[in-house]
Design a protein around this ligand. Structure first.
Ligand code: C2E
Ligand code: MG
Ligand code: MG
Ligand code: MG
Length: 298
């Protein structure tokens, strides 16, 4: 363990001597570095949003985009969200970071609309910690007021974890959010542990099928059954359904022929920097038509 501690101290550089308990491995050291750097990231303008198109499976057109945070740290390099969002949640920093994401995404969407690039909907991820913050509703209201974005062009992505405990305050909050006119979706649907009963009681608009189910739909009969069941469940509840993580034409065709409403995934586009997303919009890029349509006579 002494070796590890020495090695870690060297890696940290700047000759700063520190004591490490044997349990403090590389991973927890990395955590400490990320946590420290995260505290200054907002004021140093190190965050940027990327946008991943969401495409209507009937028309093939881009109808919206998910805003996904990116963090470029001068020394740590590009830190993916999976390595810092959890830490931001534990430290509470996610509340400020999330407020920045919401404001930036809404302002960007409004700017694209004002530039005549279409009436798109922007989806923003909300962490449980933000959901619990006292000023959530006031914050949403002020962003909508300041950016003048139509609330119907904003979608808030929630996760099932929100519904696991203490259900009553969640219902009230969701209704207050809905009353602002925004759309609500359940992200990573099917991966949480909550009961399905909340779906009928809560004012949800969209289910997002987690990409772990989409990955094998064309090879695994069980995953295919889960996906078609989620589509049916959503439609029976009058909800829209969007598939995440669509990477192949086969997956796309499967989802299209089983009535899924929208798709998001590398097959169409990875998340893009704002200027690249704008280029996509200007090109009016769309999905290829279903194969059988091409052969049909006029
Ligand atoms: P998510 O909200 O489920 O976002 C979808 C993730 O799947 C994104 O990863 C996206 O890049 C990735 N993805 C999209 N299409 C494909 C595909 O075809 N194949 C594969 N393999 N991956 C695909 P990303 O950007 O790394 O974000 C990871 C997670 O971090 C997000 O999952 C979300 O939970 C969280 N996150 C990202 N931005 C924010 C944010 O602004 N606030 C909060 N609270 N969480 C965020
Ligand atoms: Mg999401
Ligand atoms: Mg997701
Ligand atoms: Mg996910």
């Amino acid at each position: 363990h002494a070796d590890i501690a020495m090695y870690s101290a060297k890696k940290m550089g700047r000759n700063n001597f520190q004591f490490y308990t044997p349990a403090m491995n590389e991973e927890s050291l990395e955590r400490v570095r990320i946590e420290g750097a995260l505290r200054n990231a907002l004021e140093r303008n190190e965050f940027v949003l990327h946008y991943q198109p969401q495409v209507d499976l009937k028309t093939g057109q881009i109808v919206g985009m998910e805003a996904l945070i990116r963090w470029k740290h001068p020394e740590l390099g590009m830190v993916p969200p999976n390595r810092f969002i959890g830490i931001a949640e534990e430290t509470g920093l996610i509340v400020q970071i999330g407020a920045w994401v919401l404001r930036t995404a809404c302002a960007q969407n409004k700017a694209w609309q004002d530039a005549g690039l279409g009436r798109l909907r922007v989806a923003v991820n909300l962490s449980a910690r933000q959901f619990g913050a006292a000023d959530l509703i006031a914050g949403l209201e002020s962003v909508l007021r300041d950016t003048a974005l139509d609330p119907d062009c904003l979608e808030i992505e929630l996760t099932e974890s929100l519904f696991m405990s203490d259900v009553t305050p969640a219902v009230e909050l969701l209704h207050r959010m809905k009353s602002l006119g925004v759309n609500l979706s359940i992200d990573d649907f099917g991966t949480g542990y909550s009961s399905l009963s909340y779906l009928s009681r809560f004012p949800i608009d969209v289910l997002k099928i987690d990409r772990s189910f989409v990955a094998d739909i064309t090879h695994d009969a069980n995953d295919a059954a889960i996906v078609t069941s989620i589509i049916a469940l959503a439609h029976n509840l009058k909800l829209a359904v969007i598939a995440e993580g669509v990477e192949t034409l086969e997956q796309l065709d499967y989802l299209r022929s089983h009535g899924c409403d929208e798709m998001q995934g590398y097959f169409f586009s990875k998340p893009l920097a704002a200027e690249d997303f704008e280029t996509l919009l200007r090109q009016r890029r769309a999905l290829p038509a279903p194969a059988h349509c091409e052969a049909e006579p006029e």
